[in-house]
Design a protein around this ligand. Structure first.
Ligand SMILES: Nc1nc2c(ncn2[C@@H]2O[C@H](COP(=O)(O)OP(=O)(O)OP(=O)(O)O)[C@@H](O)[C@H]2O)c(=O)[nH]1
Length: 475
């Protein structure tokens, strides 16, 4: 029911003024929330808005202007055009030029004579032209001084760590900071990648107590800010920040961080979301039916990708690769796809690609810039971590793990371990993805650190069974 009380009119005007103020002070994400709230209040203040048009002012200005605005009073049209112009102005600041042009086109239909609308439209067209031609105009040039950020995502075991190591190894002269987020009760990756510093990473931040797409998102913001602070104090410049998400992360909220935090938004630029795909196991995860309201993270990872790497092509036939490619294309029609083994990709195809487009993301998810998005993980997927002293008997270990993963490998998505094997001074590193598994000796154990660490991630995991099973392999 529309509200015609004078208070309602005041409310949207106040919110509009706050939105403009926030935009002027470069608090752009907050400005988005305020202008959306102003549009909602404005809609409520309009007595004539029918139920069919409910929400349309906010979600589809072009359609509202063309189909529904005819019956509005002239003054209300100018007011609405002003609100859309403000939202366009904010979107331009965030880099969503196409969307901003759409809002301004709608505003121009309602109030063609409004000077502010005309000026913003001209500004937006100019910026779009610069963007297309790659000319460095002030606003565009400012983005070139920002630190580029690369998000590596992809389902459990698809090859993210392998890709990260490849990037670091291949870019000796570059200075990268790395943020690593691992799913699981105990961290294993830091044991597997202890030599990242040797590979040349400037700074490594581990986040192991939750998922950066939700529970430790605040930590991600703190981590990114601390990277900025460190480089600013040192007077150095980074070539980029690489974020490796967990295999169960939804990349959208991670990407949203680069718009939601004003400090990060002003100093960092999301270069691209690179999604690793396990050619052997991806289809089963992409096709999995989730309960109502629960996200399929594998699908989200494909939908938001700016580049897809179909990895592990050695494990499948060319027909299987084609079926998988078609499935991916059905989710993300235009994304460039690269095919690899052991994540060996030409870095120019994934780094410095300026692949992330706010406009494209807003087309896929119009709620992307909304604060507090609904986001629910599949609660049936959990992890069991085992950490215990002792030495494994290699034969018993092999027999137990082979039986376990052959029988339960459908539900056990991922197994990782750094184990102490009797008769060897070296760490035995174990990797399993569903029923495919293997292990090999790595570097020697540093003194005092010889402790077995094993992690299982999957569905319906039985902690007692896993613990008892593992302990039965101890010599
Ligand atoms: N056969 C085959 N194995 C691969 C390939 N790429 C990576 N692997 C192996 O797959 C396993 C998992 O690789 P990771 O790089 O750890 O995968 P991840 O995505 O980081 O895993 P999580 O972080 O646990 O989700 C490791 O044993 C890799 O050596 C490939 O192209 N072919």
């Amino acid at each position: 029911m529309a509200c015609t009380a004078p208070a309602c009119a005041d409310t949207w005007r106040e919110k509009h003024a706050s939105a403009r103020q926030a935009a002027e002070e470069s608090r752009l994400f907050e400005a988005v929330q305020l202008i959306n709230a102003a549009l909602e209040s404005f809609e409520n203040s309009q007595a004539g808005t029918g139920t069919e048009q409910q929400g349309m002012m906010l979600t589809d200005p072009a359609r509202f202007a063309a189909e529904a605005a005819g019956s509005m009073a002239a003054g209300a049209k100018v007011d609405l055009a002003g609100l859309w112009a403000t939202r366009a102005d904010i979107l331009m600041g965030l880099g969503g030029l196409k969307r901003a042009a759409g809002e301004l086109g709608a505003a121009a239909l309602l109030a063609p004579e409004e000077t502010r609308v005309k000026e913003l439209l001209a500004e937006c067209e100019k910026l779009q032209k610069y963007q297309e031609e790659g000319i460095a105009e002030d606003a565009v040039a400012a983005t070139q001084n920002k630190v580029p950020v690369h998000i590596l995502t992809g389902f459990l075991g698809s090859g993210k760590t392998t890709l990260l190591n490849h990037i670091l190894r291949e870019s000796h002269t570059k200075r990268y900071a790395v943020i690593e987020n691992e799913f699981g009760e105990i961290g294993i990756d830091d044991k597997l990648i202890a030599r990242r510093e040797d590979l040349g990473a400037e700074q490594i931040i581990e986040m192991n107590n939750g998922c950066i797409c939700c529970t430790v998102r605040g930590d991600l913001i703190q981590g990114l800010r601390s990277i900025l602070k460190k480089t600013s104090l040192e007077g150095t410049k980074l070539d980029g920040v690489i974020i490796e998400t967990t295999g169960l992360a939804d990349p959208a909220p991670v990407a949203q961080t680069f718009f939601a935090d004003d400090v990060i938004q002003s100093k960092m630029l999301l270069d691209g979301i690179i999604t690793m795909i396990d050619a052997k196991h991806a289809l089963q995860h992409l096709r999995e039916e989730k309960p109502e309201g629960v996200e399929n993270e594998a699908v989200e990872q494909v939908a938001f990708a700016d580049r897809i790497i179909i990895n592990k092509t050695d494990l499948v036939s060319s027909e299987e690769v084609k079926v998988l490619t078609d499935e991916i294309r059905a989710i993300n029609r235009l994304v460039p796809i690269i095919y690899t083994q052991n994540a060996k990709v030409d870095l120019t195809e994934i780094i410095g690609i300026k692949g992330f487009s706010l406009d494209r993301v807003l087309e896929a998810d119009s709620e992307f810039l909304r604060d507090e998005q609904e986001h629910q993980h599949d609660q049936t997927v959990s992890s069991v971590g085992i950490e215990c002293p002792g030495e494994c008997d290699q034969a018993r270990l092999n027999a137990w793990i082979a039986k376990l993963l052959t029988e339960r490998g459908t539900d056990i998505f991922r197994t990782k371990g750094v184990l102490a094997v009797k008769g060897s001074d070296h760490k035995f590193v174990f990797q399993g993805i569903h029923m495919i598994f293997g292990g090999q000796p790595q570097d020697p154990w540093p003194s005092g650190e010889r402790v077995n660490r094993l992690i299982f991630i999957g569905r319906n995991l039985d902690r007692a069974e896993l613990e008892t099973g593992f302990k039965s392999t101890l010599a």
